[in-house]
Design a protein around this ligand. Structure first.
Ligand code: NAD
Length: 242
């Protein structure tokens, strides 16, 4: 299926990055079983909550900041380079698809990016190092240096609106796909999990590669319950040998 594809979409979740040392969302020991996510409205509502949100973010960032692309990221990058995969839609915020060498314009981050921060009012980018220094120096959450607005990591929180352009781009890529491959996602987080559903409605062949059952296994043409790294390396071996 992969070999025939010329416009495949690879849709990734936290599971593709566990082999890089970043815990996923729902598995025991994952970030969110330890830290309940802070809702967007709570983040906006008080300085105390913002300080707590930043404290958790900076702790998670310690792990994410040190991670490097794993075998699965590298396999997807090779599939893109060989012209099988056109677009990667990712729920991840770790920037590892970019780090694996896939051009940024072929990656759609529907839950944002955790490697920098943004002003919620004027959109100005702020670096995480500056946020950390500001909190350490003042004990207060950072404010935008340009407009005084609230600064937040450039990720999409629970309760925060999905990014319009990225959602439109992901929809267009899904409708244009000749194969849809979901890797390392429990396919439980909507609206993100709506993309595999859309692909199927569009009669696009769909593959799900995930360690455990997902909410959408029944829709897929092929389901592989396994770790993504070894499976994708085997796929690459077959493609190279062909
Ligand atoms: P999820 O945690 O809900 O699901 C991850 C799935 O990956 C699980 O079903 C798990 O069994 C599977 N998995 C774990 N390791 C695997 C491996 N090596 N090979 C194959 N499958 C594996 O994650 P989700 O569906 O992406 O939703 C989580 C949300 O949390 C997303 O919105 C994402 O933004 C965020 N998140 C991101 C990161 C990251 O950027 N790396 C990490 C944690 C959470």
């Amino acid at each position: 299926m992969v070999q025939r594809a010329r416009r495949a979409v690879v849709f990734t979740g936290a599971g593709i990055s566990t082999e890089c040392g970043i815990p996923d969302f729902r598995s025991p020991g994952g970030f969110w079983t330890r830290y309940k996510p802070i809702d967007y409205s709570e983040f906006l509502a008080s300085e105390d909550t913002r300080i707590e949100a930043w404290r958790r973010f900076l702790m998670i960032r310690e792990t994410i900041g040190k991670a490097e692309p794993g075998p699965s990221h590298r396999a997807v990058a090779q599939l893109a380079e060989r012209g099988h995969v056109a677009t990667v839609i990712t729920q991840n915020i770790d920037g590892l698809h970019q780090a694996s060498g896939i051009p940024a314009q072929r990656i759609i981050e529907i839950h944002g990016n955790g490697t920098y921060a943004k002003c919620l009012t004027c959109g100005l980018r702020h670096e995480i190092g500056w946020v950390k220094d500001t909190i350490e120096a003042t004990g207060r959450p950072p404010r935008c240096t340009a407009c005084g607005g609230i600064v937040k990591s450039a990720t999409i929180s629970f309760g925060q609106a999905m990014p319009e352009q990225e959602m439109a781009d992901a929809r267009a890529a899904t409708l244009n796909a000749d194969l849809f491959i979901a890797i390392g996602s429990s396919l439980q987080v909507f609206p993100a999990a709506g993309f595999p559903v859309l692909a199927k409605q569009n009669r696009t062949p769909m593959v799900i590669l995930n360690r455990e059952e997902t909410g959408l296994d029944g829709l897929a043409d092929l389901v592989i319950h396994a770790d993504s790294g070894p499976v994708l390396c085997a796929v690459m071996d077959r493609i190279r040998a062909a």
